[in-house]
Design a protein around this ligand. Sequence first.
Ligand code: ATP
Length: 387
Amino acid sequence: MASITLDNVVKTYPDGFTAVKGVSIDIADGEFIILVGPSGCGKSTVLRMIVGLEDISDGELRIGGEVVNDKAPRDRNLAMVFQNYALYPHLTVYENIAFPLRLQKGQFSETEIDEKVRRASALLELDEHLDRKPANLSGGQRQRVAMGRAIVRDAEAFLFDEPLSNLDAKLRGQMRTEIARLQRRLATTTVYVTHDQTEAMTLGDRVAVLRRGELQQLASPRGLYEQPVNLFVAGFIGSPPMNFIPGVVEGDHLRTPIVDVPIDDRLRRAIGDRQLVIVGIRPDTFQEAGSLVARAAQGRGVTLEVDVDQTEWLGEVLYAYVPFDTDERVAAKLEELDRDLDGEGMRTQVVVALDSMSTVREGDRAELWFDPDQMHVFDPETNENLT
Ligand code: ATP
């Protein structure tokens, strides 16, 4: 097993398009790293450079401390698990798993091969299916065979490119927990590409968020959620996404279309001499004013009255939608952000996630509460999180 270091790595394709613009990531030995971002952000390109399927145009790639920019893929001893599993349909599960060992002609005896295949298939709970062909396996089982092939090679690292995107939602959930469990058990360095934020948030020790070929933030899932560095990461991580509303500084208050928030010292320092900011509030940081959380705050926090336009009851949560008038400059910024985020739709309403027991209904005027300490303030020019 090994560490993997990307040091200012650039990829310019032959047509002149630069898909990766100087990305640096240090992946520790045994770490599980997720590369996430919208379509076209360059995550697959990064993975393909690590495995050696694409040349590196500039910068350095090190595996276990050794520079491997010019090393052939087979000499990097990494195991790639592809989206389409790349299994041989005419071979049994056993032979599919044994395949990488047989490729290294003469290196392993039949007994050694048998031992490795059986160890991997026991780990993956495939022992009962060793004689089957891929066509007679479920999507999840095929996925495990593909992982078995990676395991038998004792590879330095596992690389996954959207391995679950072909599966239905239920199986995807199961496979996700299986991959997490297996990776913890094997403690093999893993790089995993996905555009699915649930996978990103649940699988990785750390998550690298990419946008247009640039690394936006590399942090733990919690770090990304609680301290997004900019508007893009804030909007990308979290579902439903963070609410963004204009905030205008007026004396010792920040005036927004739904609430006036007092500016304390921390916020004042953060805002500096800006007049207009973008305020970010996650749907789940609102509470009903009478709720336990709000009452426990004992006068701390801010209360607001809102007109609820629409509600959605989902069993475990109730979403209340509150329309607001946005500011033109902020609207333009958010439109640009939406294009980047594959179109979440223009934001002209605030989403509030309330307890499913809530009695708030369409047309109600609701009294809400939130803690301004959990609010984010973004610079509308640079997109940077000021809080
Ligand atoms: P997706 O989630 O859609 O797979 P991605 O983030 O994995 O996206 P990449 O496949 O890494 O994106 O592609 C990044 C960018 O590089 C895209 O704009 C893509 O069109 C471009 N690209 C990929 N391969 C080539 C190539 N061979 N020549 C030129 N441009 C390419």
